[in-house]
Design a protein around this ligand. Structure first.
Ligand SMILES: [Zn+2]
Length: 411
């Protein structure tokens, strides 16, 4: 039984609880504390994804703490498992509760500054001192991509140290002299991303990928990040998404999280088959959607082009076809495809040639014959061979029919 083992504070990171135990135990060196906690065989702790430390400490010392509660409320496991299938989540939880490694290794350890370390919020530090008489490491601050404190909306501070060193060192937050809080967030998206990451951590563990549909895909399409081709099942356009990510988050985040963005990766995102949460979080913020909607009931989708088309039809102004196509950002022929796909009767002015001439006659010529027509077209002063050919053909047809007494009807 560990006499002075502390009860965790709200959202306290498990490593922080161990650090506070080290302080309470009064041991001078870290190894003594580790030996007491784990016995002869050292155990890794202080990693972003929890290992067997919780089970070892709680079961060996028969602490009155609930291991499942510790895993879900005092580690980042719910965040890192958020996009796993229900079965994979359960398998991992079972392993952790038995004190086995979960085998989650591909975790991004570096923050946006490219460095590893423990993070804290100066305002939380002061607040915790006031409420509890001591500061502690909050789990939500440890998500490397988290830019701000979710509670105070100020940038987080970092105590630089590789996570791999935390197994040998107990560094309670009380050992750090806090830096003065930085003011406003540097970028607009930081607040939205902070909220998104916090929700991904705090939602019930069971909340996760939706079966058979993906609302992120719908919202990205609505942001006009889909392919320009008018097709039955629209696909996302990797170039458009690349440009949107770069414009919103800058080159560094683009390079760190989307270095080889391709349609194959986008397809994996849409089928929920990527497991790390960072790209989902960044794209969901880009798509302007909260986490609740990400995992919510299926959104109904209306092609944003059709929405615009309907708006223009309501306005009642009759545009020329090219102008309307330009206004909604497509080519005139895509406008035709759209009208066909959604069965919209054209309410725009067709260009005159198009509206009348929709039939064609295909004439096969030898090279010499074509040259001859070409020369004649040039000689007539009209360089366009098709216009010349049509004029000649129509003139000759009229002459022929006139000679027969003006019968222009079929038959
Ligand atoms: Zn704070």
């Amino acid at each position: 039984m560990l006499t002075f083992f502390p009860a965790p504070y709200p959202n306290e990171w498990w490593y922080s609880v161990l650090c506070r135990y080290h302080v309470r135990s009064g041991y001078r060196n870290y190894a003594t504390t580790s030996h007491e906690l784990y016995g002869k065989k050292p155990i890794t702790h202080g990693r972003l994804f929890p290992g067997s430390s919780i089970h070892a400490v709680v079961s060996q010392h028969r602490l009155a703490l609930n291991e499942m509660k510790l895993l879900t409320e005092h580690t980042l496991a719910p965040y890192y498992m958020r996009f796993f299938s229900a079965k994979k989540k359960q398998d991992i939880i079972d392993k952790l509760l038995q004190g086995k490694a979960a085998g989650i290794t591909r975790i991004d350890l570096y923050g946006l500054d490219g460095k590893q370390g423990l993070r804290y919020c100066t305002k939380c530090y002061d607040q915790d001192m006031e409420h509890y008489g001591e500061p502690y490491w909050h789990r939500e601050h440890q998500i490397p991509l988290m830019p701000l404190c979710p509670e105070h909306n100020v940038p987080l501070m970092k105590y630089e140290i590789p996570f791999s060193r935390l197994s040998e060192q107990y560094i309670p937050l009380s050992a750090i002299t806090p830096e003065p809080a930085k003011g406003e967030p540097a970028e607009k998206w930081e607040t939205a991303l902070t909220q998104m990451l916090t929700q991904l951590l705090m939602m019930p563990v069971s909340t996760g990928p939706t079966a058979g549909y993906n609302n992120l895909y719908i919202r990205l399409l609505e942001k006009r990040l889909g392919s320009d081709k008018v097709q039955d099942k629209p696909s996302l356009d990797s170039d458009k998404i690349k440009r949107a990510v770069q414009a919103m988050y800058g080159e560094a985040i683009y390079q760190q999280y989307f270095p080889r963005l391709s349609s194959a990766i986008l397809a994996r995102i849409c089928s929920w088959s990527l497991s790390s949460p960072e790209r989902y979080a960044l794209l969901a913020v880009l798509a302007d959607m909260p986490a609740k909607e990400l995992f919510g009931p299926p959104l109904s989708y209306q092609d944003p082009l059709l929405t615009q088309l309907i708006e223009y039809r309501k306005n009642g102004i009759v545009y020329r076809k090219e102008k309307l196509a330009h206004k909604i950002g497509v080519s005139p022929s895509q406008l035709d495809s759209l009208a066909r796909k959604y069965d919209v009767t054209p309410f725009w002015k067709q260009c005159s040639r198009e509206s009348k001439r929709q039939d064609c006659i295909r004439i096969m010529l030898t090279h010499e014959e074509k040259e001859l027509v070409h020369k004649a077209a040039k000689a007539s002063g009209d360089g366009q061979i098709a216009v010349f050919a049509r004029t000649m053909l129509l003139e000759q047809a009229k002459v022929l029919l006139d000679n027969r007494g003006g019968d222009t009807t079929d038959g």
